[in-house]
Design a protein around this ligand. Sequence first.
Ligand code: 13P
Length: 256
Amino acid sequence: MRERIVAANWKMNMGIDSGFELVDNISKLLVKQPAENVTVIIAPSFISLFSIADMIFEGDSLKYAGQNCHYEQSGAYTGEISAEMIADTGAEYVIVGHSERRRNFGETNEMVGKKVAAALRAGLKPIVCCGETIEQRKAGKQSDAVKTQLTESLFSLSKEDFANVIIAYEPVWAIGTGENATPEQAQEMHGYIRGLINKKYAKKMAEATPIIYGGSCNAANAKSLFKLPDVDGGLIGGASLKAADFVAIVHSFPEE
Ligand code: 13P
């Protein structure tokens, strides 16, 4: 069976104390109701990441991620954080190419590709985001948009490297809008992405790569998304900021 993953992307939310409290509450809920066969990842701000990633919480099974990284290992890049620094905190993952970074900070597919390479260099697993804008979807170009993103940022990786990649399909129009992709739309795009991996890296890789969904995924709709054959979990924004909601999402997979 493919790895099931639920990752919390806190974005620029939660301070040190509130972040600590949220992780503590999530941990306690997961002790009461363990998440069997689900990898649960928290991506806090860098400030919180440093203060919580090497803490041991009750019954700890949580993994941690950075929300971004620079592609150089060190140097004169004021305000930036390298993949190696993220790995230093004890984090095992990093989100790369989120649409908010593409839109607000001009990240191109080429830069995303360099960040993926940096993550792998540092021993982190990259969670690579892709997804179309509303204009692209209205023009029926969602598949082309995602294909270009993945081709230009991921598909020159070796098989060995690609085996460490997690893909997050996040339609831009669904992020923070309350309008999630319908199960049909999500399955269509996840199936399409798996097909692209199949073409590039063959069937075994396509079947093994986790593809998670992000965009207004919450405790009310996660079950209908996580039961889809090609949806392996979620990358959760707003609904990850409340422990009970996030843990409910973690428990939204169908019985095995
Ligand atoms: P929301 O769940 O708030 O729509 O955000 C999704 C997202 O961007 C996760 O990376």
